[in-house]
Design a protein. Sequence first.
Lengths: 95, 252
Amino acid sequence: MSKQEWPLYEVFIRSHSGLSHRHAGSVHAADDEMALSNARDTYTRRSEGVSIWVVRSDQIIASDPAETAAFFEPAEDKIYRHPTFYEIPDEVENL
Amino acid sequence: MSNRAIPATYATRLGDNALVLGQRMIELVAASPELEEELANANFSLDYIGQARMFYTYAAECEGGGRTEDDFAFLRPEHEYRNLLLVEQPNGHFGDSTVRALLFESWYVLLLESLTQCADEGIAAIAARAIKEVRYHLRHSSQWLVRLGDGTEESHARVQASLDKLWCFTGEMFVADELDDAMLNEFNGPDLAAIELQWQKNVAAFVAEAKLEQPDDQWMASGGKQGKHTEHFGFLLAEMQHLQRVYPGAEW
């Protein structure tokens, strides 16, 4: 019998303390509702999250690893783009 | 029955339902069709076993006789178990387990909802914890019912057969015995007649959404609440209790 794999979904979870969703991993699922359930059962059983997003992996537009140099390296020598010359007060959270 | 004996016996019965279904689901560990389903099943079974532990521990506390949760689980013979016949039915195929879960959980959710309002604080507190888990379980089983029923020709036929096969075990859930009456009258416990009406409505909606046919009214099996079980139950207990029976008091 041929085994047909369910589509892959990427799972993003927003944790209690986090402000944005972070990639947690992926699950297989036959439909969107199942993907949400599977993500919940796989990644949030130890109260890791307060919100889950799932998205079909084939719907994600990703950058091409072969183009890494052209995409990212031009930024690396421009240190003035990074706010590294400031002292951050301790009271500032979530920066 | 003394006042504490009613919640003690009732909590034991609730624990029996949870433990036996949990044990059935444990039997499926490493046998799920997909990895994600495996995790869900294992987690759900642990939810049920956790509920059984709470109910047994509370029953022991009400009794005040020094029994522990383990005595309830591992040292009682078949006829002292008062779980519904439905939960002890064998796993069968995935559709059978799904239908068994759906029929039970549709009832159990309503029962727990009612128990959160009952006059026995211990049972009400456990019910309030358990209901969050069971609401999620029901979401899972009802989605699978729709997926299978409204799926392929084969999945539809197989899950319809599961529904037809297990339907005769649903009547027992609504037949109140002495203990149910005592809980209702003395502790503001669940009214099984009201739960039956709501259950029928909810299950009919799931069945319709899954494009399945609800089985006709028929003869209903009963006996679980009196400790008269189906032939499958002895095997379940034998496996679950084997270690404590052969090595009494064994720990690890």
